[in-house]
Design a protein around this ligand. Structure first.
Ligand code: ARG
Length: 452
């Protein structure tokens, strides 16, 4: 433990000269906060979570220190040049992203936006790049603030995206993602290989594992035309015919006039049953990225005969593929998803967008790599006694877990204190490590709930 601490301090010193910028400062506060708690904790024995937090914060500082040749300051002459741009979209986007640098230092896109880099791009690429960052410009309170518009954008705008990705995922720039679903040998896996919740004293829980996938031959959802959305849905309907042979069920379409069209009432019932996604236009982050455009054209979901295997079409990624079940063995949904994905990937004509560096390509840089979110609904009445998930979030963050409401991102917790818990990491982590991290996280949270 002391070794870790020494190493962390050394890294902190090395990064120190480059900490002048807004995000650097935010991260530094985080690091010093963790260090302060750590020195307090050292009186009572060092807490592994605090060392973890310190190391995380230092990784972020190192990502910032990598910006020596990348200027994120705002040059007055350049801002004047672009605020007079004949393209009103570009002018507005650039003015707002620069303003967000000071108003919202935790907006990663704003913090790492370089006007000099932007100025070096061709007019066509400037427009394409503005589309990637517009969500963070219009919604200054964004945490991430950007979405790729085409699978190639992560490489095309590499000076920007590589920094955003390194910073958010806390990995050195250029780290290659490796896909691996094999549970064998994963740290924390019980000897029999079963991630069994009854061992943690829990009853059957609602378990869900999803991955985001995009087809290689279309723009990502933010840049699709209505015609692209229709063609993509049509292509997937061919694939669903094949899936029906193995999994039964049917496709439900929101596209007016589609043979599988469902009415408003049927749609609402699917949303209520957590099988279908909500009206995306209500999400201003997605709307300002163009991802919610043309709603509800080309949107729908395939649901298997038993309701446990679902594919969303046309949400934040072309496809969100998921398996869910009420049960006690996490492997059940994980293994089923792997099998279902292999089936989908083997269908002729379906090629998922994939990058040698970033793994599976998703619209949002936060989901790159595995695109995986593995979650359970867990009752935490003690930690949520005040009616909010604040305490639960505070406990979960150092455990590497995210807390959400029962209706997904930005929704309230259940009235009985039920929250949705999932490992936060998606990139440069193996799929098998995510599901194991969920099991480990649940076991730690159960302990914290008992203490609360
Ligand atoms: N764009 C939003 C932000 O930057 C959400 C990012 C993460 N969530 C997501 N669904 N991709 O805060």
């Amino acid at each position: 433990m002391i070794g870790h601490l020494r190493n962390a301090t050394r890294r902190l010193h090395q990064a120190a000269p480059y900490l002048g910028k807004a995000v650097g400062a935010t991260v530094a506060v985080g690091a010093f906060g963790a260090a302060a708690s750590l020195s307090l904790a050292s009186c009572e024995g060092i807490d592994a979570n605090l060392v973890g937090r310190l190391e995380n914060a230092i990784s972020r500082i190192e990502a910032m220190a990598d910006n020596k040749d990348y200027d994120t300051s705002v040059d007055a002459a350049l801002i004047a040049k672009y605020s007079k741009s004949s393209d009103a979209y570009v002018a507005d986007c650039i003015a707002k992203i620069c303003a967000a640098k000071t108003s919202d230092p935790s907006n990663i896109t704003a913090a790492l936006f370089s006007l000099k880099y932007f100025d070096s791009l061709s007019p066509a690429d400037q427009k394409a790049f503005a589309m990637c960052i517009n969500s963070g410009a219009q919604n200054a309170d964004s945490g991430m603030g950007s979405y790729a518009m085409n699978p190639g954008d992560y490489d095309k705008f590499n000076p920007f995206f590589s920094r955003v990705i390194a910073f958010y995922h806390k990995v050195p720039r250029g780290t290659k993602h490796v896909t691996d679903w094999n549970l064998k040998g994963v740290e924390g896996l019980p000897a029999d290989g079963n991630l069994d919740l009854t061992r943690l004293g829990l009853p059957a829980l609602s378990m869900r594992v999803r991955v985001g996938r995009n087809l290689a031959d279309y723009p990502l959802p933010g840049a699709m035309t209505a015609a692209d959305r229709l063609r993509m849905e049509q292509k997937m309907c061919g694939a669903f015919e094949k899936l029906k042979d193995q999994y039964g069920g049917r496709y439900h379409s929101l596209t007016p006039g589609h043979p599988d069209f469902i009415n408003e009432e049927e749609y609402k019932a699917l949303v209520k049953g957590h099988k279908m996604f909500k009206d995306m236009a209500d999400d201003t982050y997605l709307a300002d990225a163009g991802i919610a455009s043309d709603w509800p054209v080309g949107r729908g979901c395939y649901v298997s005969g038993d309701g446990g295997f679902i594919i969303w079409v046309g949400e934040e990624d072309h496809l969100r593929i998921m398996c869910m079940a009420r049960g006690t063995i996490l492997n059940q949904v994980f293994d089923r998803l792997k099998g279902a994905l292999d089936t989908v990937e083997s269908i002729e004509g379906l090629t998922f967008a994939h990058s040698d560096t970033y793994g599976y390509v998703t619209s949002c840089p936060t989901n790159l790599g595995t695109g995986m979110r593995a979650s359970v609904h867990l009752k935490c009445p003690n930690l949520t006694r005040d009616g909010t998930d604040d305490k639960c979030k505070a406990v979960c963050k150092p455990l590497g877990l995210s807390v959400r409401g029962l209706g997904g991102e930005h929704t309230p917790i259940g009235a009985d204190g039920t929250v949705d818990i999932s490992p936060s990491a998606r990139f440069c982590i193996k799929e098998a490590e995510i599901i194991t991290a969920l099991y480990k996280g649940i076991s730690l949270l159960v302990e914290e709930e008992k203490k609360a």
